[in-house]
Design a protein around this ligand. Structure first.
Ligand code: GGG
Length: 355
């Protein structure tokens, strides 16, 4: 088998620290499928921005097109507005490669304490399908009379029939493979009478093709309450770009830490590379201190291996994280431990090698 080519954008802040551990874990895991991974590092992010006035070179999307997958760390810097870092690097990748499915699991691992009372390990197992190429992230709008008293900003959401239908259908297809056979749609069609009504219509239309799947539709304001009140009752959840982003931060905290929240930006057609990244950002407050939890990045690398059809490798990452957390292995401070980023990463590699 020829080497699988991975583009690495470790990015800003804690991005390089956690990505380094994710690569070590993925290397150890790939041995289980006798696969070779070839890593190409791109120094893009805010350092590049300070030097060149942009987050990445003009042809960066063309450069990425050649790869089998993209592994991303984090983007963001306190001295650069966040819309510059996101729109200058991350969001164009999702759109150019039509990574319209953003998969974000929230699972309560054995050995991890939920901030919610009396939650059993495994009792919370939510898989959010976040629409990833349009919606509230479409970045269409403009400013008029900027910095004057009459300053006006217009920001438009884009909901297309095709965009809603395909993310909702992907979520239903996944729900049909899971034991719970349940799906929840997140909406706000009471206040947003165009885009979100189209979303609801597509949800009902796709639901008719899956008569055995139990459905519910919740307004986002109700969904945030229910994620806290009854997180166990959710299985697959499908949401728009913004609602999916917000809800998965809540999901991450409900299952113990942002440091465990992995994600995959997937083009199911496989026409271009998909991208894998921890949900967390660059965390400038702890950058360089060795305090970052690398498990979200490691689990994201596991999702990448699964997408690359290295099933044994992916399973070994998943299993190693479960084992480390359950057996009181080294834990980073966000999980109540004192272990450094590198110690957690090394423990994962050791578990994988011992399998
Ligand atoms: N781990 C990638 C990262 O830095 N994400 C920061 C972020 O704010 N992402 C927004 C989004 O995923 O919509």
């Amino acid at each position: 088998m020829s080497a699988l080519r991975i583009a690495v954008i470790s990015g800003d802040g804690i991005g390089p620290e956690v990505t380094e551990q994710a690569i070590l874990a993925a290397e150890a895991a790939a041995n289980r499928d006798n696969a070779e991974l070839e890593w190409t590092h791109f120094p893009w992010g805010t350092d590049f921005y300070f030097e060149h006035g942009r987050m990445a070179p003009e042809d960066y999307l063309d450069l990425l097109a050649e790869f089998d997958a993209i592994l991303l760390g984090a983007v963001g810097h306190p001295d650069v507005q966040d819309h510059v870092t996101l729109n200058g690097l991350l969001l164009p990748i999702r759109r150019r490669f039509d990574q319209y499915v953003c998969l974000r699991p929230s699972y309560l691992y054995p050995g991890v304490q939920s901030p919610l009372r009396d939650k059993e390990p495994g009792s919370i197992d939510i898989l959010v399908f976040r629409e990833n190429t349009e919606g509230e992230y479409a970045n269409i709008g403009g400013r008029l009379y900027q910095d004057k008293d009459d300053d006006v900003a217009i920001q438009t959401s884009v909901f297309t029939r095709k965009g809603c239908e395909r993310i909702i259908r992907s979520a239903f297809e996944k729900a049909a493979t899971r034991p719970a056979q349940k799906i929840a749609s997140i909406t706000k069609s009471n206040a947003q009478g165009y885009g979100m009504v189209l979303w609801d219509e597509q949800f009902d239309k796709v639901a008719a093709d899956f008569p055995n799947i139990e459905t519910e539709s919740l307004l986002i304001d109700r969904a945030v309450m229910e994620f806290v009140r009854r997180p166990e009752s959710f299985d697959v959840v499908v949401a728009s770009n913004l609602f999916g982003d917000i809800l998965t931060d809540l999901g991450a905290i409900v299952v113990g830490s942002m440091g465990l929240a992995a994600s995959a930006n997937i083009d199911p057609t496989r026409n271009g590379p998909s991208m894998f990244e921890p949900v967390h950002g660059s965390a400038p407050d702890i950058t360089g201190m060795g305090l970052a939890n690398p498990l979200a990045a490691i689990l994201s690398a596991g999702m990448m291996l699964e997408h690359l059809e290295l099933h044994n490798a992916a399973a070994s990452i998943d299993q190693s994280v479960k084992q480390l957390l359950a057996q009181d292995g080294p834990k980073s401070p966000d999980l109540g431990g004192t272990a450094k980023t590198t110690e957690v990463g090394a423990a994962i590699v050791e578990i994988i090698r011992a399998m």
